[in-house]
Design a protein. Sequence first.
Length: 80
Amino acid sequence: GIEAQTRRALENISAILAEAGYALSDVVKTTVLLQDIGDFAAMNAVYAGFFTSGMPARVCYQVAALPMGALVEIDAVAVK
């Protein structure tokens, strides 16, 4: 579901950041693509658990389709 996919996406982003010497607190902007904008509240509840201090700027769009039937895709820009 959307919660599990959001959690996995953010865990993956966190692992990539850690490998590069960054943390989620270094994220300044994210882009969230949702297959269904109706999933925003559920996605946002999970998202808020990862970004607990100083929320990054964010844009969120509904898209026609995502690769492999995904419900959510998230990219992040981090700066130190």
